[in-house]
Design a protein around this ligand. Sequence first.
Ligand code: ACM
Ligand code: ZN
Length: 359
Amino acid sequence: MSLLKFNTFHWHLTEDQGWRFECETYPELNTKAAVRPRSDFGAENDPNPYGRVFTKEEMKDIVNYCAERYIDVIPEFDMPGHTSALLSVFPELSCRGEEVEIKTRQGIYKDVLCPAKDKTYEVVEKILDEFCEIFPYKYFHIGGDEAPTDRWEECPECNRVKTACGLKTWPEYQNYYMNTIIEYLDSKGKEAIVWNDAAKGANLDKRAILQYWKELPKNTVEYANSGGKIILSPFSYFYFDYYYEITSLRRVISYKPKFKGMTEAGYKNILGIEAPIWTEYINDKNTMQRYLFPRVIATAQLAWSDKGMSYEHFVDEMEYAEKLIRDKGVVFEDKKEWGYKRISTPHGWIRFSKENFLK
Ligand code: ACM
Ligand code: ZN
């Protein structure tokens, strides 16, 4: 990362399928929420229990390792959605209060945190306090993506709070929750980052930084134009868990941050680019490295230069960069995979679906 001048490592530590942050206050998170009974990710079915938390010592070790390389670490505690693992230990934080299972498949799940319950804030804030002890940096990611509103809509307490607070829509109700957490983190000297799903509600606290991944730019553009900061991670360019046949190197290097309706001031509110890699379908380090390299080098090129670069020029430059990085023991994707002419091929999507969704 530091060789490529990446300065920030965003670490997604909580999910439906596993809790990864060692917690002293609530030890059941380490034993119960961390371990799913089996795994059903596409073609990879594993009947064995999987999971553990990163210990505080391990997380501190990573923070220190990154600090020596001038890389800040941003933890993510994803909420109010993607919280099945947390709810498996605290079902009383959901609207129904019924048992919630830790998930064994990828997906979006309806049981989410109930923003109308005091206990939700009590538990979440205690956990946030522990996160803040380990991660000293100013940014803190609180998720906010893919939170279905189904349970809130049928929850009497949620309806009461929504009406009492004069919130017109359920996305605004989600932001009532996000804003409470943003405020809490602010009181601890932290700036919150949220996925751009939260921009659907117009009341998101402008102190939050929006991470643009879902390519529904209108709300994000309005957010930037009116003074909010944004991070660019459009999934069809920078989600590197997709095959090269879907997101070719040619496509990545062609990226231009151009948004309909974005003002000059809006563009100035772009903080940078982030390339996420999710690992449901990636089971070993070599595969992860192939998915990253060389696309992640193109990301660094885009992030640090305001000039575009042609695909051909970039590939020429790779001759030197590839050797430098291979010498560090890092695996590169085969060159024949880099440059699909059609920057997103139907064949790529078909193979992706077959291998990951259809069994
Ligand atoms: C996301 O990919 N759900 C942020
Ligand atoms: Zn509720």
